[in-house]
Ligand binder design. Structure first.
Ligand code: NAD
Length: 477
């Protein structure tokens, strides 16, 4: 039986690495029906503003798996990134990046047994792209973390650890500072880890994680993290083990998964037949494992390792003196199919099984306590505080605090005058905490505030199961 896989050549060096990889895959003897599709520049030029034609979407829905070359992101003429479109359309929530020292490839870390996987949440966090100019000089981005998104990626990380026979999962967050967003991710990790007693679960602060990745990278097995942290540490990981020419990635969704090299379209070397195809070859190995073709994956991995570690055949980016072209390097890998190295620790891979998500446990009680109103003002904190206190007098609200860039500025701190911008947060609680927060009261109050000050947005202050669902400002009582 043959496998059906969508093939997207992509832009720049894409066709060269796709050609090399497909030739090597063919030489393994595996039967693959490639559904060749377009995305990226070609599609933009045909006027498809998403960069992803309907035929490509239909093919992916059919095959559920794609091997993809890099897609150039248009700069300056409005179109969205075709990569982001693919990710969003197919909900590929898990970005998987192995970080492994490859024998034969010289790096400052070559002698170290580095072998871990970074699992990055791929859809949420600051990458939802929800941003506002709050004032002409203050920009804001929404960091969105959901329990469902966190549970999906964290379960995925534990299941991946099991499927690859790994023993430890580290969850890397900034929960010490971002107590609600990153804190939610950490709490979900702690909850879910109890379902995996066979895997050691540790939390690590993301900055320490970055430090440890450099000083003690051997300590990691699987790292699961939120989107922005994952973006940064996965590039750090690639740097540890030899750079872009080697870094592979899988974007896994419940239905569709896309396999690609980490690098971009490398326009500076496109068409020269010198691009390193190893990153896409390693991505193809990830794809074969995803398709439960473990033996072929191992066969191909061994040939690739033999080529660099024993034959010392390198593409040009790894050895300036090498005269091997992209396709000649692929020929060397093909010639080494069937050969084995002793350098690569054997790993037993099993199919990765994704369990259904738990039904979310909703809080049994919730109460709205007040509102935060964001105000643009050139006034000094004391003046603004007095004005808002007066405005609140006839309302059900009382002003308890004003902050600027997260630091309390009213009531004014003794002996401290933090620098302020024109972007204030005014916190109003209900005067009678036993009262209900009513929309009509909020709207009337906001209209009143609006006659004196320019407001930008309002947030409700709620508590769930008697726990505040909002953070305090620095130095707030
Ligand atoms: P890039 O990764 O294309 O290139 C950066 C540098 O690394 C270049 O000098 C390039 O020659 C070199 N390089 C990259 N891969 C190599 C390989 N396999 N062998 C040898 N040298 C290699 O990054 P960029 O220049 O910032 O991006 C170019 C375009 O690619 C942009 O439009 C960007 O948006 C897009 N991009 C796409 C993806 C993707 O499709 N997943 C990822 C990153 C960038």
């Amino acid at each position: 039986m043959s496998l059906s896989i969508t093939l997207i050549e992509g832009d720049g060096v894409g066709p060269e690495i796709i050609q090399a990889t497909c030739r090597v895959l063919k030489a393994t003897g595996l039967k693959i029906d490639w559904e060749v599709c377009e995305a990226g520049q070609l599609s933009f030029k045909k006027g498809i503003s998403s960069g992803v034609p309907a035929e490509t979407i239909a093919s992916l829905k059919r095959t559920k798996v794609a091997l993809k070359g890099p897609l150039e992101t248009p700069v300056g003429y409005g179109e969205k990134s075709a990569n982001v479109t693919l990710r969003a359309l197919f909900d590929t929530y898990a970005n998987v990046r192995p970080v492994r020292c490859i024998p034969g490839i010289e790096t400052p870390f070559s002698s170290r047994p580095i072998d871990f996987v970074i699992v990055r949440e791929n859809l949420e966090d600051l990458y939802t792209g929800i941003e506002y100019m709050q004032t002409p000089s203050v920009a804001e981005a929404l960091k969105l973390i959901t329990r469902k998104g966190s549970e999906k990626i964290i379960r995925f990380a534990f299941e991946l650890a099991r499927a690859e026979g790994r023993k430890t999962v580290h969850c890397a967050t900034k929960a010490n500072i971002l107590k609600l967003t990153e804190g939610l991710f950490k709490r979900v990790f702690e909850d879910i880890s109890t379902d995996y007693p066979d895997i050691k679960a540790h939390h690590i602060i993301i900055d320490n994680c970055a430090h440890q990745m450099v000083v003690r990278p051997e300590m990691f097995d699987v790292i699961v993290t939120t989107n922005l942290h994952g973006d940064i540490i996965s590039d750090l990981g690639s740097g540890l083990v030899g750079g872009l020419g080697l870094a592979s990635a899988a974007n896994i969704g419940r239905e569709v998964s896309i396999f690609e090299a980490v690098h971009g379209s490398a326009p500076d070397i496109a068409g020269k037949n010198i691009v390193n195809p190893m990153a896409l070859l390693f991505s193809a190995i990830l794809m074969l494992r995803h398709l439960n073709e473990f033996d072929v994956a191992h066969f191909l991995e061994q040939a690739l390792l033999y080529t660099v570690a024993v034959d010392h055949a390198f593409p040009k980016d790894l050895d300036k003196n090498s005269s091997l072209t992209t396709q000649e390097f692929a020929d060397r890998v093909i010639g080494n199919l069937g050969k084995k190295t002793e350098f690569w620790p054997e790993r037993t891979y099993r199919p990765l099984l994704l369990p259904a998500l738990n039904k979310p446990v909703l809080p049994s009680s919730r109460k709205d306590l007040g509102i935060d109103v964001y105000i643009e003002s050139e006034l000094m904190p004391q003046e603004l505080g007095e004005s808002l206190t007066r405005i609140a007098l006839p309302s059900p609200f009382e002003l308890t605090m004003i902050s600027n860039r997260g630091v309390r500025v009213f009531p004014v701190l003794p002996d401290l005058t933090p620098e302020t911008t024109d972007h204030y947060r005014a916190r109003f609680f209900l005067k009678e905490s036993s009262n209900e927060l009513i929309d009509k009261d909020i709207l009337e109050f906001i209209c009143h505030v609006g006659t004196h000050h320019r407001w930008m947005h309002i947030e409700k202050l709620s508590e769930f199961n008697n726990t505040p669902g909002f953070t305090k400002a620095q130095a707030e009582d």
